[in-house]
Design a protein around this ligand. Structure first.
Ligand code: CMC
Length: 434
């Protein structure tokens, strides 16, 4: 990459120059890799508010304009014209597949959907009432104990087969986590079915009767997967990249991404957003919206409007619009058009979008504001929401991990710090300590 200019920094009587690079779109970056060598100072950026940790060709977000592109394609077009596996192919390979490529990709993914029987037995070691995300972290991490044949991360073929295994097995593992929790038998994958119908059957089918597919519900879940497939350098993706930077195997890296995703400020937010709506409904519903908004604005209340605000989007999250559309379709299909939680969500959204607190801080609905309502209507229990998110995001994590491993500029991730602890001091013998 050739620099497009330079930036000059004066500090402690020294002046240093740094190359400036421009991306295809989006802000320029100042390359400060030689800052410490040149000036003896570090940058300080907790939460990475102004730090580009890598260069990437996969996903682009314009948070001010509310734009999300996968490999250059707007999320709205992908969500309307493509299925999830098409989007997986795009994220992994950089281009949309033609018919032959798509057929081959689908075929290969479906050939990896089963898990080793011994992995199925691993579930017995978890308490039945464990949170399914706790099970996911353990079981996905354990995959590396089953696939010693593909753990050489320097070998592109190993990386490719690991990618197929992860994309194919995640739905099976998510459904198993649910079935285990329910005390129902695991339902084996059926490869004649597409990715999403197969998952729905593994989740909701029982051996005692045939599972009846519903196209509207399948399409809704497929869209949820597309909307969550990647989101550039978010917390869990950065976790995957950081874990992978040490040379850790892909199964271990994806398990670390799942662990990070679980947090309520990230993937756990849809669970928290739905719970918030249920709580408000219990306390009086629409009549209590004003009171709740007041609490959300009060820093001392410890209450936030969950599903609102985003580190990058300072405008309406484009995924939230698509999710709202899908929510209406699913509620109509299941005969719940008058769902009080939808009404509540829309009332909260309306007030927040007009309230100076939210407007001045550019807090808009994010993807999680509606995804809980739609998943509940699909029959997915709240505790499984983040598992569905991890199933969708797995492809993004792998694409990003693969890009990092192939990047000649890749180094082990090793941030520095501003040390504020005690300066060097001597140990006082125990007898003399106060
Ligand atoms: N409700 C009330 N106030 C809020 C909210 C909210 N949901 N979000 C941010 N604020 C306030 C915050 O208190 C701060 O106010 P002030 O400037 O007066 O101190 C200001 O808005 C800026 O917030 P911030 O916490 O500095 O922003 P951030 O970029 O660090 O945090 C966030 C982003 C998503 C963690 C935060 O908005 C939040 O906690 N939202 C609720 C949880 C949520 O919905 N998370 C899902 C994110 S989208 C899914 C994903 O991509 O993983």
């Amino acid at each position: 990459m050739d620099p497009k200019g330079k930036a000059t920094l004066s500090y402690a009587g020294k002046t240093a120059e740094f190359p400036v690079y421009g991306g295809t779109i989006g802000p320029d970056v100042i390359d400060i890799r030689k800052l410490y060598g040149g000036t003896g100072a570090f940058t300080y950026d907790p939460g990475f508010l102004s730090t580009a940790s890598c260069s990437s060709k996969i996903t682009y977000i314009d948070g001010d304009e509310g734009v999300l592109l996968y490999r250059g394609y707007p999320i709205e077009q992908l969500a309307t014209n493509c299925d999830f596996l098409e989007v997986c192919y795009l994220l992994l390979n950089g281009e949309l597949p033609n018919k032959d490529q798509k057929d081959k990709f689908d075929y290969t993914v479906t050939r990896h959907t089963m898990v080793h029987e011994q992995l199925a037995r691993l579930f017995q070691g978890f308490r039945r009432d464990s949170h399914p995300m706790a099970v996911m972290v353990g079981v996905v991490g354990a995959l590396s104990a089953f696939y010693h044949d593909s753990l050489d991360i320097t070998n592109p073929e190993h990386r490719e087969i690991s990618a197929y295994r992860l994309i194919a097995k995640l739905p099976t593992i998510v459904a198993m986590a649910y079935k285990y929790n329910m005390g129902q038998p695991f339902i084996y994958p059926k490869n004649a079915l597409g990715y999403t119908p197969n998952f729905m059957r593994m989740m909701f089918g029982v051996p005692a009767e045939d599972y009846k597919q519903n196209d509207v519900l399948n399409r809704a879940l497929d869209r949820i997967l597309i909307l969550h497939a990647d989101h550039e350098q978010n917390a869990s993706t950065s976790t995957v990249r950081l874990a992978g930077s040490s040379g850790a195997n892909p199964f271990a890296c994806i398990a670390s991404g799942i662990a990070c995703l679980w947090g309520p400020a990230h993937g756990g937010a849809n669970e928290a957003a739905l719970q918030m709506l249920i709580d408000i409904e219990k306390e009086g519903g629409l009549a209590k919206v004003g009171e709740f908004i007041k609490k959300a604005k009060d820093k001392n209340s410890g209450v936030k409007l969950m599903g609102f605000g985003h580190r990058v989007y300072k405008n309406y999250d484009p995924r939230a619009k698509l999710m709202q559309e899908t929510t209406r379709e699913v509620l109509a299909e299941v005969g719940a058009e008058n769902d009080p939680l939808l009404k509540l969500a829309m009332a909260l959204e309306k007030i927040a979008l007009e309230d100076d607190y939210f407007v001045s801080r550019k807090l808009y609905p994010n993807v999680d504001f509606y995804s809980g309502i739609v998943q509940r209507a699909l029959g997915i229990p709240t505790s499984m929401f983040t598992c569905i998110f991890s199933m969708a995001r797995t492809v993004g994590w792998i694409a990003q991990w693969n890009e990092m491993i192939s990047d000649p500029e890749q180094k082990i991730g090793r941030p520095r710090q501003l040390y504020t602890g005690a300066a060097k001091r001597d140990v006082t013998p125990m007898a003399k300590r106060k």
